[in-house]
Write a protein that binds this ligand. Structure first.
Ligand code: BGC
Length: 761
């Protein structure tokens, strides 16, 4: 009893020094300077078991009346009461988090508050487009706002921490998790990573409406072999440093509070146990001060990888490598106390990990008031707010990419038309929410049909044609549907034959991409291709609205269907956003953040590939770098996206021809809107380093800007490159800037040919 009293006195002294800082913003950063001291003092009070407990994160085990009646739930509850749990995931809602927080604060010896983390990936209650879709906007302000809103809603629902942004660059749409990232490019990915971190964390992590972000999955998870989930990764240092790491480094530079490692191995070392990556690079060279959390049970998986013999070795490897927190793996909690006691790991290593966790708790203000994020009234006023709906609508419009628009079928005429809307996704109110939809109400998105019905003055007919196949995980189900459901195709075609224009809404079910959704077949699932072809036969006047969480193989559609709109999964306001774009109230401006292959056999396919020694068919023979049965080019390249208007680029120039290292390179270009609509263009700048000590890509994105242009308007745009933008990482991970010639390209996609040349002496 006396001990408890002393402990509480010390804690309250620590806390009161935080509580002086009532003014949310300026004084809190001052208090940050003292945080290390507070952490050290608290650490000095903790037992070994309590320290290990801080490293332990459990997933929800709570039913409405208390812990679930299973052995593991009872055990977790027991650990919680002993102060052996540092964080929880998958618990949300002000009431729920408060109830559990109360146990940590009031019933444990030291009363250290818990962290509550959750996958708030693209919105909490109000759902924004999936991250890959948002990336297609190239609009960093809108993306930051989207993350801000997610942060506001999540913090109002008792959360302190999101496991986002996912910043894994990936060139492989077979990998289902491409929906969670920003696509294939390191430069665009870095800009978006920064925007998302800033959005979640705001200017002040201690404010009540901000949450800690988490750069994941560190690292190279997007390069899993053959796009197969949880697979091995074997890539060289050049790819690691030039392609994989930049978004992580940017996230660290802009102050992301946490990192999550990944399930894959990297060149033979499972990254959860990768010392070079976590301890040396992240915590060492990059001087990252935040906490590193494992992925779900990834410490335990070191055993399945054949990298650790048992849990004890797994714990030693992971903690030594710099993995601070164990997410739902039970390894640290079961093993670390004995490991430290026996001297197999020093207590300093443990203290370092615990300090990082405690620091975040101090920064979030949890020692001031552990319930500061648990305000039910605020929660009910905040979630799903009208202003949030407006913001995700804005984000959704900007995320749509017009892939093709032959004969200007779009925008739709406002009145006097009969429009046949066909396809199972047209009425689907759930799929647009995508995977990782946090606390969204199921079926709460505005469907395409609802959106279209509330716009324009046309006659709208509807037929679903076929069922939407959700083939994860049952293939049998798909086979069954294939066998039985062809009458709908006939009926839909019949309906289409009576329409002036047909809008076909086809693609993936909302859960066909995401974690554990790797696929080898990226064609339209189920009978949708048959439906498309049958309708085309009777009425080729088709606008295809494609919904999916990844690039799909739509070679037939690209050849035959006049207009194709990439709608991804656009979130709560999906149907409204699409209606505005289809009717031209918003002129599409999105550009692909990921290449669309012609065939799955081209994967991995990406714009910034190497030239090879035999790039062209110069001698008219077979011995050049190509496929016998497919073109080299993609179906739609990175950076591609049309508008209803037309942009023309001209007068690309630089302020000089020759530069020395350290000089600024000023690039300008003239862009004119020569079409019939006001519009917005994403102007993209690429470079090519013509000769390198390590072979260089044929193009590399190094800048972009969004420009609004009225019909008939011309603007001059300037970009400033530094000579750092011309450098790269060698195979030893060293950054170099090499002399020589460089081409600079500007245009509306990665295939632009408008270029000029400079030299670096
Ligand atoms: C995923 C992470 C996620 C975690 C917690 C894992 O399976 O890989 O991205 O944050 O689960 O839900």
């Amino acid at each position: 009893m006396r001990l408890k009293l002393i402990v509480y006195l010390v804690i309250s002294l620590l806390v009161s020094s935080c509580m002086d800082n009532k003014d949310e913003k300026s004084t809190r950063s001052k208090s940050n300077m003292d945080i290390d001291k507070k952490v050290d003092s608290l650490l000095a009070l903790m037992t070994l078991e309590e320290k290990v407990g801080q490293l332990n994160m459990y997933s929800d085990f709570w039913e409405s009346t208390g812990p679930a009646n299973t052995k593991s739930a009872q055990e977790k509850f027991d650990h919680l009461k002993r102060g052996w749990v540092g964080a929880m995931l998958n618990v949300h809602g002000a009431k729920n988090t408060k109830r559990i927080q109360k146990i940590a604060v009031e019933e444990t010896r030291l009363g250290i508050p818990l962290l509550f983390g959750y996958d708030v990936i693209h919105g909490f209650k109000t759902i924004s487009p999936i991250p890959l879709a948002e990336a297609a906007s190239w609009d960093l302000d809108a993306i930051q706002t989207s993350a801000r809103i997610a942060g506001i809603e999540a913090s109002a629902a008792g959360l302190h921490w999101t496991f986002a942004p996912m910043v894994d660059v990936s060139r492989d749409p077979r990998w289902g998790r491409v929906m969670e990232g920003a696509g294939e490019d390191a430069y665009l990915g870095s800009k978006i990573a920064a925007a998302r971190v800033r959005g979640f964390q705001g200017d002040d992590i201690g404010a009540k409406n901000t949450i800690a972000a988490c750069a994941k999955h560190f690292a190279a998870y997007g390069f899993v072999e053959a796009g197969k989930e949880y697979n091995t990764v074997d890539i060289g240092t050049s790819t690691l440093y030039n392609v994989v790491l930049p978004p992580f480094k940017t996230a660290a530079n802009v102050g992301v509070k946490t990192f999550m490692n990944s399930f894959n191995d990297l060149n033979g070392i499972p990254v959860t146990a990768h010392k070079e990556l976590q301890r040396k690079l992240l915590k060492g060279e990059w001087d990252f001060k935040g906490l590193v959390v494992s992925d779900w049970a990834s410490i335990k998986e070191l055993i399945s990888w054949g990298h650790a013999t048992d849990e004890k070795e797994a714990a030693i490897l992971a903690l030594s490598a710099g993995n601070d927190m164990d997410m739902e793996g039970y390894v640290y909690i079961n093993e670390l106390t004995d490991i430290i006691k026996s001297g197999e790991l020093s207590e300093e290593v443990l203290n370092e990990a615990v300090s990082r966790i405690l620091r975040l708790k101090f920064e979030l203000g949890l020692f001031d008031d552990p319930y500061r994020y648990c305000n039910e009234e605020l929660e009910s006023k905040t979630l799903g707010k009208q202003e949030h709906q407006q913001a995700v609508l804005d984000m959704a419009k900007k995320s749509i990419v017009l892939l093709k628009n032959d004969n200007q079928k779009l925008p739709l005429k406002r009145a006097g038309q009969t429009i046949a809307v066909i396809g199972p996704l047209a009425v689907d109110k759930d799929s647009p929410l995508g995977n990782w939809r946090a606390a969204a109400e199921p079926n709460s998105a505005v469907s395409v049909l609802e959106g279209l019905k509330s716009y324009g003055d046309n006659t709208i007919l509807y037929h679903k044609g076929v069922d939407l196949v959700n083939d994860s995980p049952s293939f049998a189900k798909e086979a069954n549907i294939n066998m039985t459901n062809r009458q709908g195709i006939k009926d839909a075609a019949n309906l289409a034959s009576k329409a002036d224009i047909v809008i076909m809404v086809l693609g993936e079910h909302g859960f066909q991409s995401g974690e554990a959704r790797s696929k080898t077949n990226l064609k339209l699932p189920g009978l949708q291709q048959e439906l498309l072809e049958a309708v085309y036969k009777v009425n080729p006047n088709i606008v295809l609205v494609l919904q999916s969480g990844r690039p799909l193989i739509i070679d037939w559609a690209a050849k035959h269907i006049p207009s194709i709109v990439m709608a991804w999964q656009l979130g709560s306001q999906s149907g409204n956003a699409l209606a505005e774009v289809l009717y031209g109230d918003y002129v599409p401006s999105g550009k692909l953040p990921m290449t669309f292959p012609r065939d799955v056999g081209q994967i991995p396919i990406y714009y910034n590939h190497k030239n090879t020694g035999r790039p062209r068919n110069v001698e008219n023979n077979v011995f050049w770098s190509h496929y016998l049965d497919a073109k080299n080019s993609p179906l739609f390249p990175f950076g591609h996206g049309l508008s209803y208007t037309v942009f023309n680029y001209d007068k690309l120039k630089t302020n000089k021809q020759k530069y020395s290292i350290g000089e600024e390179i000023k690039v300008s270009v003239q862009i004119s809107n020569i079409g019939e609509y006001d519009g917005k263009e994403v102007v993209q700048l690429y470079i090519r380093d013509l000769v390198g000590s390590v072979t260089r890509p044929i193009k590399e994105l190094k800048g972009f800007e969004l420009v609004d242009l009225k019909k008939g308007e011309t603007k001059e745009l300037s970009f400033v490159l530094t000579t750092n933008d011309l450098g790269f990482y060698t195979n030893k991970g060293a950054f170099v800037i090499e002399q020589g010639e460089f081409e600079i390209y500007i245009g509306g996609s990665s295939t632009t040919t408008l270029k000029t040349k400079i030299a670096l002496k």
